[in-house]
Design a protein around this ligand. Structure first.
Ligand SMILES: C[S@@+](CC[C@H](N)C(=O)[O-])C[C@H]1O[C@@H](n2cnc3c(N)ncnc32)[C@H](O)[C@@H]1O
Length: 392
């Protein structure tokens, strides 16, 4: 495909997404219909689409329209590329610009538009991040790096770097966590590598790994991952100590692949349904990796940034409070309750913990830490509390 044809494909896919389709669905549908597209074409089209989704507001302003065509035009203008060189109808590329398209383009105006954050959310974003708000929003406009976690049960950092290099994946250690690698080259090969297929490495953001590092895990503990989802944190916890590990999620289908992943990583764990929790408690540590806005990881899932409404954020905050209340009842005397989100918003982080402490007795806040999105990781928050009452 010519560069112009790739842009035209992105324009059509973006129009479908703007009409309500999920990005992955629109991309898969296009790939199925476009057998002529090679892997490099598919990767380039995907990059164009995701760049547009990350920079939806500013590119729509620069391109003069909230359409696929407007977004791609805006992206070219931001990159300093003369649109006429690609919008010329050559080689299945976008048709020439009309006079109107040149006229209605403008620079983004408000800070929220400039930084590609929904207008209603910008005050929350700024209140939570203060002076770091612009830098964080700026990071969310760019593609996320690819991070791996080296599974201490299977290998070590040096060996994993060497093994991956032999398979064409170049990595270096990431400072955010002791077992984290940043992939410098060959990211698209990872899933086919032996190191991945034999559980030596897992794909996981470095801050997501760092969160697990601050948990006081020791051999023999009974640990519950209360919001286990795909089990990324379960597996990371299992790599740190020999645990009796239990995984639970309100939506059990989200844990479907977990037994297979655990097997690959050499981890024993028990999946629990909600109605068996009562018979299995108490636990020495309960981790709540709570559902959240995902604002710390919007580089990876940029659609979430635009689909979140203030009502949904309020609902999420209610659910987070309920999860803390329920999960805290499963913690043994002197045990640990850990609360984690991949959000940078205070309402989902510090405020949740403050409110939990105000309505509950017998808890001590031991540690609270936030990982800012602009330091090469996703944005994360973690709080570790201990149950000070010794008798339930
Ligand atoms: C942030 S994701 C978990 C990601 C996972 N821990 C990981 O590291 O891969 C949050 C999970 O919480 C689950 N969830 C939502 N509401 C819940 C509730 N009330 N109780 C337990 N789990 C819930 C969701 O189904 C989702 O899988």
């Amino acid at each position: 495909m010519t560069p112009g044809a790739r842009l035209q494909a992105a324009i059509e896919i973006l129009d479908q997404i703007l009409d309500g389709d999920a990005a992955e669905k629109a991309l898969t549908g296009w790939a199925r219909r476009s057998r002529f597209a090679g892997s490099k074409d598919r990767a380039a089209v995907r990059d164009h689409v995701f760049t547009s989704l990350r920079c939806l507001r500013s590119h729509a302003a620069l391109g003069g329209a909230s359409t696929g065509r407007g977004l791609i035009l805006g992206a070219l203008r931001e990159a300093g590329i003369d649109p006429d060189t690609l919008f010329n109808g050559v080689g299945y590329g976008p048709t020439e610009l009309s006079d109107d398209e040149g006229l209605i383009a403008r620079e983004p105006t408000s800070p929220a538009e400039r930084h590609d954050i929904p207008e209603w959310l910008w005050p929350h974003f700024e209140a939570s991040l203060g002076e770091a708000a612009e830098a964080a929003a700026g990071s969310l406009r760019h593609r996320a790096p690819v991070h791996l976690r080296v599974n201490a049960r299977r290998s070590n950092i040096e060996q994993a770097i060497e093994d991956l290099k032999e398979e064409g994946v170049t990595c270096s250690a990431h400072p955010a966590s002791e077992m984290a690698l940043e992939v410098k080259e060959g990211a698209r090969r990872i899933r086919n590598c032996d190191a991945y297929q034999t559980g030596v490495v897992e794909l996981q953001d470095a801050a997501s790994q760092a969160v697990v590092e601050i948990l006081p895990l020791t051999n023999g503990m009974r640990v519950l991952d209360y919001c286990a989802g795909g089990g990324g944190k379960s597996l990371a916890m299992a790599a740190r100590a020999s645990l009796s590990l239990f995984a639970h999620d309100k939506a059990p289908q989200r844990m479907e692949d977990l037994p297979l992943r655990a097997d690959r990583a050499g981890v024993d764990l028990t999946v629990l349904t909600t109605d068996t929790l009562d018979q299995t408690e108490p636990f020495d540590l309960v981790l709540c990796d709570a559902p959240c806005s995902g604002s710390g990881s919007w580089r990876r899932s940029p659609e979430g940034k635009w689909r979140l409404s203030s009502e949904q954020l309020a609902e999420l905050q209610d659910v987070q409070g309920e999860i803390l209340d329920k999960a805290s009842q499963l913690v043994a005397p002197n045990g640990v309750l850990a609360y984690v989100t991949c959000s940078v918003l205070d309402g989902e982080n510090t405020h949740q913990i403050q409110q939990f402490m105000e309505r509950s007795t017998g808890w001590k806040l031991e540690t609270e830490q936030a990982w800012p999105v602009q330091e090469g990781t996703d944005g994360f928050y973690a709080a570790v509390l201990t149950r000070t009452i010794t008798d339930c």
